[in-house]
Design a protein around this ligand. Structure first.
Ligand code: FAD
Length: 350
């Protein structure tokens, strides 16, 4: 049996940032992560051409001051999202798309050079890869007199004086059993707390060259008419790889990947011409099929509903269990900024 001072559940941005802050305070911790992959809702895929494509978190902007400060501290570079050229807005499938240009005066969105995964990799360097137990899915938490007993899905038992969960609250109450049970009010609140982007489908199409830029298109597309709902140029900042990337209509999770891909290429060909067919690879991620992020809600839960709720700021199980994760943040919940805000708030308890 392992006896620990602090256990952090989840090695996404919140869990890693919490560990980073605890380490700065000289505290000992371990992180239990169910997946074999570290990063949670941050996942960068590198294509065969070297193109780095975000299947999860991508953009941030100047109001995200905690994230910008962290990037500066960890010496991680970022760059402005490419928006120059003609952008398209499809309102209906039977009318041509409206064309518009995005003004330079608009608030810029930024992306991390080399992919958002760079932030995760730098934090892992800081917190120590040896403190992270991957493929360790917490299945139950029991309160003992002076500590919490955690059991993982392999039956391994851990004891900890304090436990910080960074799971989205809805996932936490659906996938971990508690003894004694959490109060019915916190359970019903968590069941009605939205997990940001949990229902989303991301896609990317990788190309040898940015043919859309050559035709003076920005690669930005908004559509209410077809499978791609939102899309942007997703080329690497150093022009070492090129892609178009965005979100598909979430309802198309019922289709097969081949069916979605066919519809994506059809829409792109209609808008940008035959060069669309000369792609290197098609990538996608259906987040609602990731049970370590999303489980279906019992009832309709609106985007960001109950995010940052005051109840999440209170410790549970006699000050032994803390709820964290982006959805608990009092500012910018659901976003990377929220994950950092939540970690900073939890760290003040230690
Ligand atoms: C498609 C998509 C696009 C996004 N785009 C943006 C964007 O452009 N900008 C932005 O700011 N944010 C964006 N986000 C949101 C951003 O990714 C999240 O806010 C942030 O990554 C959340 O970090 P977290 O650590 O709080 O949660 P998570 O990343 O969800 O981490 C939770 C961790 O807990 C692990 N876990 C789950 N169950 C267990 C268990 N039982 N035991 C142990 N471990 C467990 C999971 O595997 C995961 O690693 C996007 C998210 C998605 C999915």
């Amino acid at each position: 049996m392992n006896h620990n001072k602090i256990i952090i559940i989840g090695a996404g941005l919140s869990g890693l940032m919490t560990a980073y802050l605890l380490k700065k305070k000289g505290l000992e911790y371990i992180i239990l992560e169910a997946n074999s992959r570290i990063g949670g809702r941050i996942e960068t895929v590198t294509g065969t051409s070297g193109s780095t494509m975000e299947m999860g978190a991508t953009w941030f902007s100047n109001p995200h001051q905690h994230l910008l400060a962290l990037l500066a501290e960890l010496e991680i570079s970022y760059f402005k999202q490419h928006t120059q050229g003609v952008s398209l807005f499809e309102t209906m499938s039977f009318v041509p798309p409206q064309k518009f240009e995005i003004s330079d005066a608009e608030e810029s969105s930024y992306r991390i050079e080399g992919g958002t995964i760079k932030l995760i990799e730098r934090l892992v360097d800081e917190v120590g890869v040896d403190t992270i137990r991957t493929e360790t899915k917490v299945s139950s938490i029991k309160e003992l007199s002076d500590c919490l007993e955690i059991i993982d899905s392999n039956g391994v038992v851990y004891l900890a004086a304090k436990v910080i969960s960074t799971l989205p609250p809805h996932l936490l109450v659906q996938s971990i059993t508690f003894e004694p049970s959490l109060s019915t009010s916190i359970q019903s609140l968590a069941k009605k707390t939205h997990t940001w982007m949990g229902e989303s489908i991301k896609f990317a199409v990788e190309y040898k060259k940015p043919f859309w830029r050559e035709q003076n298109y920005s690669g930005t597309l908004y559509s209410q008419a077809s499978i791609i709902q939102e899309m942007y140029d997703h080329s690497n900042s150093d022009k070492s790889g090129f892609a178009l990337k965005g979100f598909l209509n979430g309802g198309t999770y019922t289709l097969s990947q081949e069916e979605r891909k066919e519809k994506v290429l059809l829409q792109l060909t209609k808008l940008y011409g035959d060069e669309t067919a000369n792609y290197i690879a098609y990538h996608e991620k259906v987040w609602r099929e990731e049970p370590l992020t999303f489980l279906p809600y019992e009832q309709l839960v609106l985007g960001h509903e109950n995010n940052g709720h005051p109840e999440y700021q209170k410790a549970l199980l006699n000050n032994k269990l803390f709820l964290s994760g982006s959805e608990t943040a009092v500012k910018n919940p659901g976003y990377m900024e929220g994950a950092i805000v939540a970690a900073k708030s939890i760290a003040t308890h230690f």
